[in-house]
Design a protein around this ligand. Structure first.
Ligand SMILES: NC(=O)c1ccc[n+]([C@@H]2O[C@H](COP(=O)([O-])OP(=O)(O)OC[C@H]3O[C@@H](n4cnc5c(N)ncnc54)[C@H](O)[C@@H]3O)[C@@H](O)[C@H]2O)c1
Length: 371
């Protein structure tokens, strides 16, 4: 298989899809890999490392899309990439097509095959290509929150672990999922006074008994939230938003300490944190009613080296299988991969996107009969 890896063009995206030690696996099994010059540089991987791993370096995205039959990326396909798509391409990347109509239309129009990392599902119903990034989002969100609590960044001037005779910071975390556990584990290790809140008692039991023994957990209700955020130094929102869910309304900010910080890792403007609006790594903070807010949507990009390695280590078995067998046989053989097969040669095979945009859904079984 000829595999192309372009450089990411999304703003503030520093990750690269495949790191050199995984490129070596592909080239060792006979695949040709074409890498856009500088694709790995921001994540700490040079063109020379890719050449040593057996890849060929090409000067721009257009030549990578021309050379590759399979295109491997990190983020969704953006408008400058639309004209580079060809019918022979199999795309592997995060796609999130259900809220990106122009990309959905471009993928259908170009008649490519596309696997969405976020939809690959394991036997337990988990998402093996999302989870490594979720954990990192919790950890980087926590570190970002602590950094912006320094006096030198206009923060409360408290250190997370306290000092002899001085209390540690109180950190309240909403959501005991992958992101929330990432944040809670690190906060707990650093000596914070952590309160982890969720509506799923079984999950709280699992976390406090096995994953982070000794962590304080509180059932998430409006009254409990009001009580816990009153003296919190930082609140982290790690709950996946759904319409109607409000955890902190603007009115509730009055009940928090002035100068305290909300880090909305879910980062859904107007979502569970009513006062959330997007911020960036360059301009991370704003204040509403004396409460500071950070709502950065691509936190793992700030640890691009670790994030690229984690992502690449998780995706490489699937990329290898698609490269070895082709999209159809790989999807037929691999019960996890088939969930990620969202676009096939002009047909949409992902229910959520079909429902979101009123588009025709073609069942995957039918696709296998057609091609
Ligand atoms: N900002 C970033 O860079 C970044 C990166 C990765 C993920 N995320 C986002 O973080 C969010 C969480 O991801 P995840 O993988 O941990 O999700 P998850 O589904 O594994 O966990 C969410 C948890 O929230 C709990 N929950 C639901 N309603 C609640 C309530 N009212 N109060 C408290 N807890 C409640 C659920 O029971 C669950 O345990 C997602 O929206 C995801 O898109 C953001």
């Amino acid at each position: 298989m000829k595999i192309g890896m372009p450089k990411e063009i999304k703003e503030n995206e520093y990750r690269v899809a495949i790191v050199p030690h995984n490129i070596s696996k592909l080239t060792a099994s006979g695949h040709e890999v074409y890498v856009e010059t500088g694709a790995g540089l921001a994540a700490g991987f040079t063109d020379e490392q890719y050449v040593q791993a057996g890849a060929r370096i090409l000067p721009d995205a257009a030549s990578v899309y021309k050379a590759g039959d399979m295109i491997v990326k990190v983020k969704e396909i953006l408008p400058p990439e639309f004209p580079l798509l060809e019918e022979r391409h199999t795309i592997c990347t995060y796609i999130h097509s259900a809220n990106r109509l122009p990309q959905t239309e471009a993928l259908l129009k170009a008649k490519v095959v596309a696997f969405a990392y976020e939809d690959v599902k394991d036997e337990q119903g988990g998402f093996p290509l999302l989870e490594p990034m979720s954990r990192l989002a919790g950890e980087t969100g926590l570190l970002t929150g602590l950094f912006y609590s320094f006096t030198t960044h206009g923060g409360s001037g408290k250190i997370v672990c306290g000092n002899p005779g001085i209390r540690p910071m109180k950190i309240v975390i909403f959501g005991a999922g992958h992101v929330g556990i990432g944040a809670a584990r690190l906060a707990h290790k650093l000596g914070a006074d952590v309160v982890l809140m969720d509506v799923n008692i079984k999950q709280l039991e699992l976390v406090s008994d096995q994953i982070i023994p000794g962590i304080k957990t509180v059932f998430s209700t409006h009254d409990n939230i009001v009580a816990e955020i009153r003296d919190a130094d930082i609140v982290f929102n790690c709950v996946k938003w759904f319409p109607g869910l409000t955890l902190i309304s603007r009115d509730m900010l009055k009940g928090m300490q002035k100068g305290s910080l909300i880090v909305d890792i879910d980062a859904e403007p107007g979502g569970a944190i009513e006062t959330c609006r997007y911020t960036t790594h360059e301009d991370p903070l704003y204040e509403v009613d004396g409460i500071r807010h950070i709502c950065i949507a691509n936190l793992p990009s700030s640890v691009a080296n670790t994030a690229s390695q984690s992502l690449s280590n998780a995706t490489i078995p699937y990329i290898q299988e698609i490269a070895d067998k082709g999209w159809k046989q790989a999807a037929l053989d691999n019960g996890r991969l088939i969930y990620g097969l969202d676009f096939v040669k002009g047909y949409l095979t992902f229910k959520d996107t079909a429902e979101a945009f009123g588009l025709e859904l073609t069942p995957k079984e039918k696709i296998f009969e057609m091609f």
